[in-house]
Design a protein around this ligand. Structure first.
Ligand SMILES: Cc1cc2nc3c(=O)[nH]c(=O)nc-3n(C[C@H](O)[C@H](O)[C@H](O)COP(=O)(O)OP(=O)(O)OC[C@H]3O[C@@H](n4cnc5c(N)ncnc54)[C@H](O)[C@@H]3O)c2cc1C
Length: 288
């Protein structure tokens, strides 16, 4: 059973941030509640006041600026998966959003709630990393922008400081000539493994690759060292390159044994699925 909760509905970032400052630990930011209500119901966190951020108009906007999409934190997974501009300009991100959980969670849960909670078993963050996405976070005093890579600190930990809200996510288009793909492995609703790739691929040769892996360790992660190593490599030779990189992948991804699979299995499948995703990207039309 949930204890009775007081609901506060600010209409500006200023008001939300002031409410956080006023109520302190007794209050939690609340968007779709897909995670938050589960945590409260199971007694994993405690709150007396929910600060509902969905009435803040800025957090519901979707527009574009200099070739980048700007997505308000409160847009839901379903809204993003089905949005025409996102499907056209960031199709792998739209696809990842369409794979989140089930239609109930996609209708309820927001991108901002997903990224701010930073559950390792998540989809959107992994593909946003290959877009070099950034986030704007802020409070009543001001705003700051961070690369998503820096926003994800560790499992369930982000760069958000007390009193700050995640406001929007900026998703740059991929550079001209690049294609992308997102693939996920799942036994249950939450993914066991998610891999995202973007690259220029001509006659089976990969250039300017971007690789990201999520779910198997504490947080979604770009594989920058490996990206440099596969520059100029053919898709045919890719599997053996990834197989040789087991130590690098283990060190950077820090895979864990859990109910979704052993660390060894997840590491093996990471190599397999990165190659598959690159092969899928090779079949696609560039996103510029
Ligand atoms: C059954 C189930 C299956 C799921 N499967 C998947 C899956 O397959 N893939 C996947 O990626 N995710 C999955 N999820 C997670 C789901 O996507 C997220 O729970 C959802 O996106 C969270 O968004 P929300 O708006 O409901 O956040 P809430 O539950 O409202 O909040 C989550 C956390 O974020 C904080 N928060 C919310 N908004 C902000 C903000 N603007 N600024 C700062 N902090 C904020 C809250 O205080 C809270 O700590 C699953 C969840 C469930 C319950």
């Amino acid at each position: 059973m949930l204890n009775p909760l007081k609901l506060v509905q600010p209409t500006s970032v200023q008001e939300a941030s002031q409410a956080l400052a006023e109520f302190g630990d007794k209050a939690k930011l609340y968007a779709g509640g897909a995670e938050l209500l589960l945590l409260l119901r199971n007694g994993l966190i405690d709150a007396e006041i929910l600060i509902d951020v969905k009435k803040i108009e800025r957090l519901r906007r979707l527009d574009s600026n200099n070739g980048a999409l700007r997505v308000g934190a409160c847009l839901t997974h379903h809204e993003l998966a089905t949005n025409a501009a996102i499907r056209e300009r960031a199709p792998s991100f739209a696809y990842a959003e369409s794979q989140v959980a089930n239609i109930r969670v996609r209708n309820q849960g927001s991108l901002g709630g997903n990224l701010a909670f930073n559950d390792p078993h998540s989809d959107p963050g992994t593909v946003l990393l290959v877009h070099n996405a950034s986030v704007t976070i802020g409070n009543a005093k001001g705003e700051r922008r961070l690369a998503l890579d820096d926003f994800f600190v560790d499992m369930y930990a982000t760069a958000l400081e007390a009193g700050e809200l995640l406001l929007e996510v900026e998703i740059p288009s991929l550079p001209a000539g690049m294609t992308s793909a997102y693939q996920r492995l799942h036994r249950y609703q939450r993914p066991t493994l998610g891999v995202a790739v973007a690259a220029r691929i001509a006659q089976g040769v990969v250039a300017d690759a971007r690789l990201a892996v999520g779910c198997i360790g504490p947080k979604a992660q770009r594989l920058t060292e490996l990206e440099a190593k596969i520059n100029g490599v053919t898709l045919t030779d890719m599997q053996s390159i990834f197989a040789e990189q087991k130590k690098y992948l283990r060190d950077i991804l820090r895979p864990v044994d859990d109910l979704l699979g052993s660390a060894e299995y997840k590491l093996y499948m990471t190599g397999v699925m990165l190659v598959e995703a690159l092969a899928q990207a090779a079949e696609r039309r560039p996103e510029d």
